[in-house]
Design a binder for this molecule. Sequence first.
Ligand code: FES
Length: 163
Amino acid sequence: MDQQKLDKIISRYTLPSGRLLGILEEIQRSERYLPREALEYVCQKIDVPLSKLYSIATFYSFFNLEPVGKHVITVCMGTACHVRGAPRILAKMEELLEVKQGGSTPDGKFMLTTKDRAFTINTARCFGACSMAPVVRVDGKIYGYNTPEGLPNILRQYGWRRE
Ligand code: FES
């Protein structure tokens, strides 16, 4: 993210209340995550410690400290989904997208992104769609009653192809 763009963002937040949150939100909207270099630049410009920005970024779950793929797949690991096979759904998703199991970001969030940044897999606790368990959400769209065998059909809708 270039410095001119960051300067513009910073200049829009002159009042102390909500300033840091607003700046971080705009950076994430632009980059889809919070690049460390951008955070370092902001700290230097407005004279706040980097730890302060990181504490905000890790407190709010919607901030990402790692790059996010074009399509975000969220596998529900809530109780209803778990008992109906969510761990197998997650494992199959990782296998199909060829991402390493057990990945997590520096802030401890589970998140795996494919090398081409086409897909990111993460997990959630419940979408409120337990009757359709196990549930997967892709870019906000809910898919229910999943089986490991059915996952390729979902992924193909988002451009996934197995070579
Ligand atoms: S537990 Fe998965 S949708 Fe509720």
